[in-house]
Design a protein around this ligand. Sequence first.
Ligand SMILES: [Zn+2]
Length: 257
Amino acid sequence: MLGHSHAMSGLAAGAATLPWAGQVGVAGPVEQLAWVAAWGGFAMLPDLDQGGIHWRGAMPSSTGSTVARMWGPVTTTLASAVGKLAGGHRQGTHDLLLAPAIFGLLTALAAHNTYASMAVIALGIGLALQALHVVIPGRVEQTVIGNVVISALGAWWVTGTANHALEWLPWAVAGGVVVHILGDWLTVGGVPVPLTWVGGHSVRLSAGLFKTGAKTEHVVATMFAVAAVVGIVAFTPLQGYLAPVIDPVMTSAPLSP
Ligand SMILES: [Zn+2]
């Protein structure tokens, strides 16, 4: 799946899980929206296994997935390291058992160190900005410098002002990763059967519904985007603001044919 489709499915899943988000520490409408945005962003994380620096003469350029290109050389270098460690693209980081557990655990561990915690939060903000780029005016958040600056300032602000340590973050990371893997499972390329990638010859699991980037994928992504909006309206205080608009429409609908 394309980064954009992963983001939309992540946003939809984040919105759908809002009724349970309170149980992992999500408090208040701002954190509810952060929860949904984090799911959307981290749903692109597993493709951190695909990227590298491509040399055109003496000019280096970043290639690979959305997350790999996000912060230029920083994320591309990280992506090529992760790709090697995970046995290539759509291998270890797409293991439905290991990947959510490891990414979630790393996020939980990062919370114990100020700088590691800021780095994870910045990555989350950067990815969330990418996920939400369709509703953000302009393209600043999609440029390397723009994204780095906003994400770094955001992480600094969140670490300085949050009165508790975003204990829900590892859950949003693990959840986003699960959604990503399920999304890739739908495609022809599929995902590895858990643990089989370790030896270098993974057995594949695939629903084979469509090829990455096919028209069907765009239709599915649009449906997820609509579901995300419906979920946010239904499960956050936004509903209170929209009720005066929605209620008259609902009550004036004919009850019998
Ligand atoms: Zn993927």
